[in-house]
Write a protein of this length. Structure first.
Length: 403
């Protein structure tokens, strides 16, 4: 059973051995015929030289130049001893073709000249031969073989180049697929973080409030439990939407059946944070207009993350969410008046200038994807601020992405 790894390198050797034996059989049959030109039949020495010439073709792929030198030299000796040159002419032609198909043009021309010289000598040494006819064949046959051999060499080189290009394209395709998977995983991780962190923060605060006032203020406890119920329902809805999206992509079906959150949902978001004990003011400036879904989702998630940080780290505090619709950009800011130094350092991972937490890193990645800019850090007068600018037109998006 042939195996490409074990038997692959032996396959050309088997083919060349078969060709060499076939050429040897043809030469022996031809040597036993009457040439009608005064040449004797093959004797012991002629038979030995014929075997050497034809069996040397076994190594023609591994050492084509050396094989051609051996074939031409032994063939010249064969002719010098008075034997019929045509007996071993086929082997010499195959040796030249192999050189032309595997070596540069300069080497092939040199081998063709050597073959032509032996051919002319054979015509000169022939009893009734014609030097002119031998010289013509010495030019035409080698030229044709060199031409076809070089064409075969160029075709093989083009095939190797196409194979290399195919491998490169396949590697690039696989790399793009890996990058796409990594980006999708990062996007899903950001979505999960935004959904879980915000809703669980609200649920945690409200559950603590309900437990604290369960016996002293039942109405307040019931309100907190109602907030927990609505918040958990919304969290489950968003999680279900994400799972539907993932199942749709895995099965080749529709990606999602529910709209993604956008700026229209800021009112509910602010109301939910208010129930968590943080007074939040929402201000909208400029005429509202439809935004691309990605831009609206990005702005919504940034506000959600900022308010979640206020709820978790800055209480007691109040916050202001300001949304400004510009001509070519959307500007959103979230500011709070929480404890300035300690909480700001906690929310920025110990660095007042740049956030290093996973939530803030997610904000920066989201904004970068849409060609926008974001400033995150403490305010000089106290508190914390997140200022977002997202381009809403193609030129502005390109400028933002370039920046």
């Amino acid at each position: 059973m042939w195996h490409p790894r074990i038997n692959g390198p032996r396959r050309p050797l088997v083919v060349d051995t078969g060709i060499a034996l076939a050429y040897l059989a043809c030469a022996l049959l031809l040597g036993q015929q009457d040439s009608r030109e005064g040449y004797p039949r093959l004797g012991a020495l002629g038979l030995a030289l014929t075997c050497v010439i034809n069996l040397a073709l076994v190594a023609r792929r591994r050492a084509p130049v050396a094989v051609s030198a051996v074939v031409y030299g032994v063939w010249a000796l064969y002719v010098a001893l008075g034997h019929w040159p045509a007996v071993n002419s086929l082997a010499s032609l195959l040796a030249l073709y192999t050189v032309a198909a595997t070596r540069p043009l300069r080497t092939a021309v040199a081998a063709a000249v050597a073959l032509g010289a032996v051919w002319v000598y054979a015509g000169y040494a022939a009893p009734d031969g014609s030097v002119t006819a031998a010289a013509a064949m010495a030019v035409v046959f080698p030229a044709i073989l060199v031409r076809f051999g070089q064409s075969a060499r160029q075709s093989e080189q083009r095939g190797e180049q196409l194979a290399d290009l195919t491998r490169q394209l396949r590697a690039e395709r696989d790399e793009k697929a890996r990058r796409a998977v990594a980006e999708e995983q990062a996007r899903i991780a950001r979505e999960l973080h935004d959904v879980i962190a915000h809703h669980m923060s609200v649920i945690s605060v409200q559950s603590g409030l309900a437990r604290y006032v369960f016996t002293t203020a039942p109405d307040t406890a019931r309100t907190a439990l109602a907030t927990i119920e609505s918040t958990s329902h919304e969290a489950l809805t968003e999680m279900r939407r994400m799972l539907t999206l993932l199942r749709g992509r895995a099965n080749g079906g529709p990606e999602s059946y529910e709209p993604v959150p956008g700026l229209d949902g800021l009112g509910e978001l602010v109301a939910r944070v208010r129930t968590g004990g943080v007074p939040v003011e929402l201000a909208v400036e400029g005429p509202k207009r439809a935004l691309p879904p990605g831009v609206g989702l990005c702005a919504y998630r940034v506000v959600q993350e900022a308010l979640t940080n206020v709820l978790k780290h800055a209480r007691p505090a109040s916050a202001v969410v300001r949304v400004s619709y510009g001509t070519h950009a959307l500007r959103v800011s979230v500011t709070d008046d929480g404890a300035a130094t300690g909480q700001a350092l906690k929310r920025t991972g110990g660095a007042p200038e740049a956030g290093t937490g996973h939530g803030l890193i997610g904000i920066r990645e989201r904004v970068r994807l849409y060609g926008g800019s974001v400033e995150i850090g403490p305010r000089p007068e106290g508190g914390f601020q997140v200022r977002l600018t997202l381009p809403t037109s193609a030129p502005s998006a390109r400028e933002g992405a370039g920046g």
